[in-house]
Design a protein around this ligand. Structure first.
Ligand SMILES: *Cc1c(COP(=O)(O)O)cnc(C)c1O
Length: 364
């Protein structure tokens, strides 16, 4: 038998995650200059990283010969203060993706289940598969999480329920009332995970952290990859009960959050100017796209995040057509939405160039 035949079945079953196409790779394939390519495919910050974070990271490089603070003292203290929770309620991750993995490490195995919405962030399904657990997908009418139905779907074997709020790739949000009703019905053998990667873009954000303060089985995840523009650094965190945090800390590698990332993140949370500019650029860009789509009668999902999902008839065709013009967006076949593409909000110039190329592809 080939060695792969001895691999764990649940690993063999895994369909690898397909990230947004990198700029350098696209440039090589098309023979274009990387500077002429725009990437609106991974919900990154089009204004770049926080300048304060950049400065802090450059300074931190002087200490690159030393292992990071594995306990993340300074960053966790700052985050605890920011969120009004205790130091031990914060767990750092190599991106918030790692927090997802640590939760699965801690709670999943064959025979137990993870619940998520039908069009939820695809990493939840990958992780459930990786740990040999059952993945229960709950319909989300109108692309909005149906928390009542998700509560109904819980069985004695369920350990994790993931609620991406706002969700990626749909950009939809569930409100405080739904969250409160969900939490009042949540049984004690289940952890509710609120994935809030796009929290900074919300005007009137619901509060799930209050349930951590109340000692409930909740993990709220945040990341520095989106509004703070530090995707390359891989840093995110969970805000969770000390009991769950204890399990996550046992599951993680000792130095999972690197020192440069910790320094950058610490500076980024103090850079309100950058966040404000980012949120403003995003609101304007989102309005630009949504107005244009409405004018053209292209179906779209009104978004609360830094991207928008739009029905273009044949997502693969529009993805390839835009790619040839040096514009990278995300085709949605992997999410069982073959008619749709997801476009991350860019700078005003990037947005205008993307729309104009879409016009050529869709009206000819
Ligand atoms: C982008 C994203 C993440 C975060 O990824 P990182 O690992 O922190 O870069 C998590 N959840 C959702 C829903 C996302 O869209």
């Amino acid at each position: 038998m080939n060695i792969a035949g001895y691999g764990n079945q649940w690993v063999c079953d895994l369909v690898p995650y397909e990230p947004g196409k990198p700029i350098e790779e696209t440039a090589r394939e098309l023979g274009l200059n990387p500077g002429d390519i725009i990437k609106l495919a991974s919900n990154e910050n089009p204004l770049g990283p926080s300048p304060k974070a950049k400065k802090a990271m450059v300074a931190e490089i002087e200490k690159a010969h030393l292992y990071p603070d594995g306990g993340g003292y300074r960053l966790r203290s700052a985050l605890a203060e920011k969120h009004g929770v205790a130091f031990e309620n914060i767990v750092l991750g190599n991106g918030s993706n790692e927090i997802i993995e640590l939760l699965c490490h801690s709670f999943l195995k064959p025979g137990v289940s993870l619940i998520a919405a039908e069009h939820a962030f695809v990493v939840y399904k990958l992780m459930a598969t990786l740990f040999g657990a059952d993945y229960i997908e709950v319909p989300d009418p109108g692309f909005v999480h149906d928390l009542d139905a998700m509560l109904e779907a819980i069985t004695p074997e369920t350990r994790l329920v993931f609620i991406a709020n706002p969700n990626n790739p749909t950009g939809t949000l569930v409100g405080q009332e739904e969250i409160d009703r969900f939490m009042s019905g949540l049984p004690d053998h289940v952890v509710a995970v609120f994935d809030e990667a796009y929290h900074e873009f919300l005007e009137d954000a619901p509060d799930a952290i209050r349930y951590v303060r109340e000692g409930r089985n909740v993990c709220v995840m945040r990341t520095f990859s989106k509004a703070q523009g530090l995707s390359a650094l891989r840093i995110g965190y969970g805000i969770t009960s000390s009991e769950v945090a204890g399990l996550l800390n046992r599951s993680r590698q000792p130095f999972n959050a690197n020192a440069i990332a910790q320094a950058g993140a610490l500076a980024a949370i103090q850079d309100e100017e950058h966040i404000t500019a980012t949120v403003k650029n995003n609101a304007e860009g989102l309005r630009f796209f949504e107005t244009a789509f409405a004018e053209r009668s292209w179906e779209f999902v009104p978004s609360h995040a830094n991207f928008v999902l739009v029905n273009v008839g044949d997502g693969d065709r529009i993805f390839s057509g835009l790619l040839k013009k040096g514009i990278i967006v995300r085709a949605m076949r992997g999410y069982k939405l073959p008619e749709w593409v997801r476009i991350s909000i860019g700078t005003p110039d990037q947005n205008a160039r993307c729309l104009s190329e879409m016009d050529k592809l869709l009206t000819s």
